[in-house]
Design a protein around this ligand. Structure first.
Ligand code: KG4
Ligand code: ZN
Length: 346
């Protein structure tokens, strides 16, 4: 079964082709970073228009690159939420209409389920069950995953998501948009323990997170720096390092707790912050202590992409899931609403 995947939940147009027999056939991505950079963040209306502009050309480009024709598709999967409603609608409308014109099924995919199962696109896919640490710009959560659509939420962020905390702190530091990767890069030059930020909510039981206080901590620290000092850049890097260390340590402590609580042997990292090398390193050290294994997608599949959507769409279509012809998208969508493909009401 060959499935076309369409991702348009935020500021990236991702298109991919996934074959149930051969795996990922190809994928293309158009990033809107330059479009939004001058505004310091994503402008939803501009995002929607840009998706509309690029969707068809990207699909044609991918078909040309892979030597496939539209008529060879067996299904189309598109991100239906959570995300920016206009951006989601552009992909949903095109996906549903194209599938209808070809006489093939179309399926709504949950963006976070796409992220969560993205490590399965790699050569050494994790087997079920596993613990997933999902860290993106919009969500931070720990879940026990026992199968496709079988997710037990163990903990989540009560305020800012980890990626959001990276982005907001980067903005305070004048690093612009998109801030997360820029802050991580600056942190590489920072010295350890010059500043020590708190590890929020680690001193009490439970698996929930709270990252919003860290940006305030960063702001207060920055306000005490001498901007005219000759080593100001180094001091800035030290603050970036203190912030990153605090987020990484917190994520590692909670992931370790989740592994222990579920007596799990496998940990999966997914979502944009999963691209953070420091986080990957620290989680690798932690899982080793537990004789457990760590899995993550390649960097380009940590952030938004079409491959993860084509992949989930293919798994669910193969399992027989179908949906009515309506075009719907959801800005908010809890992953706990998801069901295993066999259990989805026809
Ligand atoms: O999963 P994603 O592409 O989009 C959402 O679904 O939200 O995640 C984007 C988030 C952004 O907040 C971005 O700053 C963060 O992931 N991010 C990083 C890194 N690369 C991306 N955060 C820390 N370190 C990185 N290397
Ligand atoms: Zn995402």
């Amino acid at each position: 079964m060959i499935v076309l995947g369409i991702e348009t939940s935020c500021d990236e147009t991702g298109i991919a082709l996934y074959d149930s027999a051969r795996g990922l056939i190809g994928h293309v991505l158009h990033s809107q970073v330059e479009l939004h950079a001058e505004y310091g963040g994503v402008v939803p209306e501009l995002a929607s228009r840009d998706h509309i502009r690029y969707l068809s050309p990207l699909i044609q480009q991918l078909l040309a690159e892979t030597g496939l024709r539209l008529q060879q598709l067996d299904g189309i999967a598109y991100t239906a939420g959570p995300g920016l409603i206009g951006a989601l609608m552009s992909g949903a409308a095109l996906g549903r209409a194209l599938a209808w014109s070809l006489g093939i099924p179309a399926l709504e995919v949950h963006h976070m389920e796409g992220h969560l199962l993205a490590p399965m696109l790699e050569h050494r896919p994790p087997a079920f069950p596993f613990i997933a640490l999902l860290v993106s710009g919009g969500h931070t959560l720990l879940a026990e995953v026992t199968g496709v659509g079988e997710y037990r939420l163990m903990g989540q962020s009560l305020d800012d998501a980890a990626g959001e905390a990276f982005d907001k702190t980067a903005k305070i530091m004048g690093l612009g948009y998109p801030g997360g990767p820029a802050l991580a890069k600056l942190a590489e030059q920072g010295r350890r323990e010059v500043w020590r930020f708190p590890r929020p909510m680690t001193d009490r039981p439970g698996l929930d997170f709270s990252f919003s206080g860290l940006k305030t901590f960063a702001l207060t620290t920055l306000q005490n720096l001498d901007t005219s000092a000759s080593d100001y850049q180094q001091q800035l890097a030290d603050v970036a390092r203190a912030f990153e260390d605090a987020v990484v340590d917190t994520l590692v402590i909670k992931s370790e707790r989740a592994l222990r609580e579920a007596e799990a042997q496998r940990l999966v990292i997914a979502g944009g912050v999963g691209a953070n090398l420091h986080l990957r390193e620290q989680l690798a050290v932690m899982v080793q202590r537990h004789d457990a294994e760590l899995f993550y997608p390649r960097i380009e599949f940590c952030t938004d992409n079409g491959a993860m959507i084509a992949h989930v769409g293919c798994l669910r279509l193969l399992a027989g899931e179908t949906q009515p012809l309506q075009i719907a998208a959801r800005a908010r969508w809890s992953m706990e609403d998801l069901r295993a493909p066999e259990q989805v009401e026809k």
